[in-house]
Design a binder for this molecule. Sequence first.
Ligand code: PGA
Length: 251
Amino acid sequence: MRKKIVAGNWKMNTTLAEGVELAKGITEQINDISKGVSLIVAPPFTHLAIIAQMLKGTPVAVSAQNCADQPKGAFTGEVSAAMLKSVGCTYTILGHSERREYYGETSEKLVKKMALAFENGLKVIFCVGEKLEERNEGNHFDVVAAQISEVLFGLEPQQMKNVIVAYEPVWAIGTGVTATDEQAQEMHSYIRKTLAAHFGEEIADETSILYGGSCKPSNAKKLSSCPDIDGGLIGGASLKAEDFIAIAKAW
Ligand code: PGA
């Protein structure tokens, strides 16, 4: 049985004090969540060491939002996978559409980042998703298939055990417009078939595929009832402990 996972991507939000408060709020309500659902939070880099320390021994895992495509050295402003591991992260998000769009994150870079994440014992939340014009042109399946094949198809099958896929249609991120449960399920099922064609049914069946894009307490139940939607990657609504917990309760 694949895992159900609800992850909070805090993006560039919260001061350290606010982030600590948010993490505290989540742990205080953790007992409300079904034991079958795993929680992950992805605070900004500056908060990771402290929040990982706080959450040690709780069921909430800590993720970074990105990592460098180089192991170490003269790369001013970058944060390596080894550094993330050393402060208690167990995951990193890679390939978020905001990284792809604003920071030139290509599949080529993502291949390097993923290799470094694995070398350092991090698991990866790998994001894919089409832009509005790509969906309007009917290219959404091809775009997502290319994002998957360019990065994930280079992995060994057993490395897929350390990958969570997040489908995040760009037009739904932070816009308040959520994909309908039919649109999301259709793409999740397509992603699973794409993984199955390359890695085999067993690995595809075990891979958790999360939905992201304006997921909130009011629409989480519908999304969670879809057979191929194994959880959520939550942006805006993860900044309020109650909303994040309410979404997690839906799964
Ligand atoms: P959103 O962001 O929930 O604010 O739409 C999701 C994400 O980008 O991970």
